[in-house]
Design a protein around this ligand. Structure first.
Ligand code: PHE
Length: 462
C-alpha cells in the first residue's frame, strides 16, 4: 500500500533518556516481576538466572538490535517498515504477525494487570488481614472466575493504557515512562530492603546466589529463552515501532544493551525482593504461576507494616504492566494510523476497545466460559486465556524473532543493516562481524528449536 503520510513529519522521542525509559518500560512488566521469579523458583534459582542472562544478552541483544535498525531505517510502523525496506516482497507479513500478537498479548495481559489492580485495592481495604494462608488460593480463584469484577478492573486498566497512547509519543508514552519507571525502581528497592532485613531472609538471598547446576536441563534452557523473548518485548515489532521514533544520531547498540541490562536488573531485584520474604516466613519458592497472588498476601500479612508493603508491591506490578501495555497498544495504533491515515485518538480508542472485548473472552474463560477448550499440543486442551498466551508467546513471538533476524541478514542485507547500526559509519561497533553470525545463523537456529519445543515436538512444551 502506498504511504499516505509522505510529507507528514514523524514524531520522535524527545531525549535519549526518554527513549530508554520507554523501551525499558516496555520490556519491564509482568514478565519480570511475576513470571521471572516463579520460573527461577521452579527451575533451580541461580542456575536458571545464569542461563537466562546468556540468552538475553546474546539472542535478545541480537534481535533487539535488528528491530531497532529496521524501525529506524523504515521510519514506519511494524508492517510499513518491512514494506519500505523490501518493497514488493511478502516480508511485511512478519509485521502482520506482530500486529496479531499485539492483539492477543494485550487481551490477556490487560486481564492480569486488572487482577494486580484489584489486589492493590484488596490489600489496602484489609481483605487479606488475618486470613489464613491456605484460604488465599480460594480467594484468588474466586476472584478471577467471577464474571464481572475482573472485567471492571481490566476496563479501568485499558482506559489508562488508551489514555496514555492517545497523548502520543513525547506527550504520552515518553512522559509517563519517565515518571513511572523511576517509581518502579524506587518501590523495588524498598521491597528488597524489607525482604532482606527480615529474620531468615538471607536464605532467600542464598537461593538466588548459589547455582544448583544439576537443575539445568534442556527444558530449563528453553524456558529461559522463551522468557527472554517475552520479557524483552521481542518478536512482535514493539522495538521496530519504538525504533521508528528514533533520531538518526541515536547509538542503537548501546541503547539495546542498556534496555536489556535494566530489564534483567529489575527481574533479579524482584527475585531479591520476593525470595527472602518467602523464606523468612517458611514458604517454598517453587509455587508456580500463583506465587504472587496466592502466596505473597500471606507473607505481607505476617511481616511488620505488611499492609503498606503489600500495597506497594501490587502497585508496582500494575505500573510495570501499564508501561508494557502502552507499548503493545502502540504497535497496533502506529500501524492503523500510518497506513490508513486515521487520527491517533480515534485509532487508540477503537483498537483499545476491540482488544478489551477480546480480553473479556479471556477473563470469562477462567470461569463462565471455561467449557470452551482449544486443542493444544501436550495438553488435553486449554481455555481461551491460555490459548492467547500460548499462541502468542510460544508461537508468534519466536516466529517473529526468527523472521526479523533472517530478514536483517539475508533480505535487507548486512551492509544495509550495518550502515544503519553504525549511523552511516560514524559509530564504531566492534561486534559487527559477530552480530552478522548471530543474527544470520545462530539466533535463527536456536529460535527454531524453541519454536518446535513450544509446539510440544520434544515433549510437554515450556
Ligand atoms: N515485556 C513485557 C513483560 O515482560 C511483555 C511484552 C511482551 C511487552 C511483548 C511488549 C511486547 O511483561
Amino acid at each position: 500500500m502506498e504511504n499516505k503520510n509522505i510529507g507528514v513529519e514523524r514524531e520522535h522521542w524527545g531525549s535519549r533518556f526518554g527513549f530508554i525509559m520507554a523501551a525499558a518500560g516496555s520490556a519491564i512488566g509482568l514478565g519480570n516481576i511475576w513470571r521471572f521469579p516463579y520460573l527461577a523458583g521452579d527451575n533451580g534459582g541461580a542456575a536458571f538466572i545464569i542461563v537466562y542472562l546468556i540468552a538475553a544478552f546474546l539472542i535478545g541483544f541480537t534481535v533487539m538490535l535488528c528491530e531497532f535498525a529496521i524501525g529506524r531505517a523504515g521510519q514506519q510502523n511494524a508492517i510499513g517498515s518491512f514494506k519500505k525496506l523490501a518493497a514488493g516482497t511478502p516480508w511485511w507479513i512478519t509485521g502482520a504477525f506482530g500486529v496479531l500478537a499485539a492483539f492477543l498479548i494485550l487481551s490477556f495481559y490487560g486481564v492480569v494487570a486488572g487482577w494486580t489492580m484489584a489486589y492493590v485495592w484488596m490489600t489496602i481495604s484489609g481483605s487479606f488481614t488475618g486470613v489464613p494462608a491456605d484460604q488465599l488460593p480460594g480467594i484468588f480463584v474466586g476472584f478471577i472466575t467471577n464474571p464481572i469484577q475482573p472485567i471492571i478492573w481490566q476496563a479501568i486498566f485499558m482506559v489508562l493504557t488508551v489514555g496514555i497512547v492517545i497523548a502520543g509519543i513525547k506527550g504520552g508514552i515518553e512522559k509517563w515512562s519517565k515518571i513511572l519507571m523511576p517509581a518502579i525502581v524506587a518501590i523495588l528497592f524498598i521491597l528488597m530492603f524489607r525482604g532482606m532485613t527480615l529474620e531468615g531472609g538471607m536464605a532467600g538471598v542464598a537461593f538466588i546466589l548459589n547455582p544448583d547446576w544439576s537443575q539445568i536441563t534442556g527444558k530449563v534452557i528453553l524456558a529461559a529463552l522463551g522468557q527472554a523473548f517475552f520479557s524483552l518485548s521481542l518478536g512482535m515489532g514493539t522495538m521496530i515501532t519504538y525504533g521508528s521514533y528514533l533520531e538518526k544520531k541515536e547509538n542503537m547498540p548501546s541503547s539495546a544493551a542498556t534496555v536489556i541490562g535494566l530489564d534483567t536488573g529489575i527481574a533479579i531485584l524482584a527475585g531479591f525482593a520476593i525470595f527472602p520474604a518467602l523464606f523468612a516466613v517458611g514458604l517454598e519458592p517453587s509455587q508456580g504461576a500463583g506465587l504472587v497472588f496466592m502466596v505473597l498476601p500471606a507473607v505481607f500479612d505476617t511481616i511488620p507494616f505488611g499492609m503498606f508493603f503489600g500495597t506497594i508491591f501490587f502497585l508496582l506490578l500494575a505500573i510495570a504492566a501499564l508501561t508494557s501495555a502502552i507499548s503493545i497498544l502502540e504497535v497496533v495504533v502506529a500501524y492503523v494510523k500510518d497506513e490508513f491515515n486515521i487520527p491517533r485518538a480515534t485509532t487508540s480508542v477503537v483498537v483499545g476497545f476491540v482488544i478489551f472485548l477480546l480480553g473479556v473472552t479471556a477473563s470469562l474463560s477462567m470461569g463462565a466460559w471455561s467449557h470452551i477448550v482449544i486443542p493444544w499440543p501436550g495438553t488435553e486442551g486449554i481455555n481461551l486465556f491460555d490459548f492467547y498466551d500460548n499462541f502468542s508467546a510460544k508461537v508468534l513471538l519466536p516466529l517473529g524473532g526468527l523472521l526479523i533476524s533472517l530478514f536483517t541478514v539475508w533480505v535487507w542485507k548486512p551492509e544495509n543493516a550495518f550502515r544503519e547500526i553504525t549511523n552511516e559509519g560514524k559509530l564504531s561497533f566492534a561486534w559487527l562481524p559477530a552480530f552478522k553470525i548471530m543474527a544470520g545463523i545462530i539466533a535463527p537456529i536456536v529460535i527454531v528449536i524453541v519454536l518446535l519445543y513450544g509446539f510440544g515436538v520434544f515433549g510437554a512444551g515450556i
